[in-house]
Design a protein around this ligand. Sequence first.
Ligand SMILES: *Cc1c(COP(=O)(O)O)cnc(C)c1O
Length: 423
Amino acid sequence: MERTRKTAERWDQEDDLSRYREEFYLPEGQIYLDGNSLGLMSKRAEQTCLDVLNSWRKCGIDGWTSGRYPWFSLSEELGKKSAPLVGADPAEVIVTGSTTVNLHQLLATFYRPEGKRTKILADSLTFPSDIYAMQSHLRLHGLDPGKHLIQVASRDGQLLDEEDLIAAMTDEVAIIVLPSVLYRSGQVLDMKRLTEAARKRGIPIGFDLCHSVGAIPHHLHDWGVDFAFWCNYKYLNGGPGAVASLFVHDKHHGGRPGLAGWFSSDKRVQFDMDHRLVPAADAGAYQIGTPHILSLAPLIGSLEMFNDAGIDLIRKKSLKQTRFLMELVEQELGEWRFAMGNPIEDERRGGHISLAHREAVRICKSLKEKGVVPDFRPPDVIRLAPVALYTSYTEIWEAVRILKEIMETKDYRRHKARREVVS
Ligand SMILES: *Cc1c(COP(=O)(O)O)cnc(C)c1O
């Protein structure tokens, strides 16, 4: 069925989530399709940021225990608010550190090479920071990353096959770290199935949820995932450098964190200043030092919005939006041979669309100049992420119209084929 601008306008009118759009600061004159890299600022996030600044101004040191959002328990409070987004019990999530630091913490805790079980199992398409972290833990244990880091290959360079990942879960593997959604192709891995396979073999498994949190529902607790970690500045709109999160399944609670600090303490005794650490009985034990309160503040407002809207409705709209975008690409851009790099099936598709084209770098520059904000991932991928809380169907239609115009006029040829420092 032919898709038109009218289709988009009608869907915008029928959309249950459209009221959230006006809660965001939408960059003027832009269609923002980069919320999978940095989510936009909402008025609620701005407000809670101001509230926290205000408690610093008014309360000084007493802001730790008074004011609107007492800082001492803010990481735990936000952990509770994040739990529904990942299918966790409230005590299993803590908002702390940064994504990569949290991975370091979790590797320090769960990577226990012993006998012939020394290897870390990962994949060849994952985000570089995760790989660097895994390599550094191998080196700390005196192991050669070339031999002990197994990166399962992709058959086509874009997608991973769960069969291949499971086949690599041998008795030499000490820990598994995989992405929930691949950052380039947007493929959702079958976390439930992978976790079951790992559990049968007695291997702890964890997931990097950076590209799925806030876009798709998870059931970490029920699946029996051992640990997970994610950033809060992409789909969750927590602001640049927002404090990140981690999940530790409650079957592991009561243990000792690999990397300890005084914020790992049971809060009731933290200020006893004893040199013997009593770790918190929940995911709070994986904190290290004083929380970055000003980078937690926007999350108070932002997470509240996700809990109001509900992740299931968000996922439903996101799928409808990415499907619409794919249909329009097929309908309008057929002759320019964009290759669809993302999975087509709903269950395997994350929150963004991945279009491969030889001229991707230049096309991205042209799009940006004309007010459509995509992002580019080497070597040839244009990522487009409609975000359920603030992107309209009409914007999707308009973005494809502009892309078509760029291809028809070959406008991209005016640009240099070199990517920017931040892309
Ligand atoms: C964005 C992203 C990161 C970022 O890590 P930081 O420590 O926040 O810089 C890590 N992993 C994946 C998969 C990401 O998409």
